[in-house]
Design a protein around this ligand. Sequence first.
Ligand SMILES: [Cu+2]
Length: 170
Amino acid sequence: MKNIIFAFVLIFTTVYADAKIHGTLELSGMTFRALKGAKNGSAYLTITQTADDSDKLIGANCAFADHVEIHDHIAIPATKAKRMVEIGSLVIPGTHSNCSFLTCWFEAKPHPVSLKKGGKHLMLMTLKPDATMVDTMEIELIFEKAGKVTVIFRAENKEKGGSCCHEDHK
Ligand SMILES: [Cu+2]
């Protein structure tokens, strides 16, 4: 019986930490990176709109950073290098975003948006000292239609370290 309860608690806490439903939005895979010595950190997740119409991520807040920006990597044609830029907001397409009135009968489907290393991400600007020591942190996400939601992000690969790519913001 103990084992069953333990398994249930484990499953519940795992799901709780890794996925959240907010209205018609599904949020999953929340992780953050806050490395010792780094000025800025980053946070990642996948956002899926299950409703017909799109929503938009328009901001975020975190107590472990001075402020949070929404960033993307833009390729520089001359060098093929990528540079991070602040994009201000991020559209989360709805299930009908890529189809017309007629084709939606067949083509309506979710279009998950993944925030990940080397792509779009949340930038935790000017980390507070505690940020490198915590295993989880709350980040408030602000959506244009769905409003605000506070989500738990887990620390990723703390032990691997290494300076990352978050010092070159212009
Ligand atoms: Cu960035």
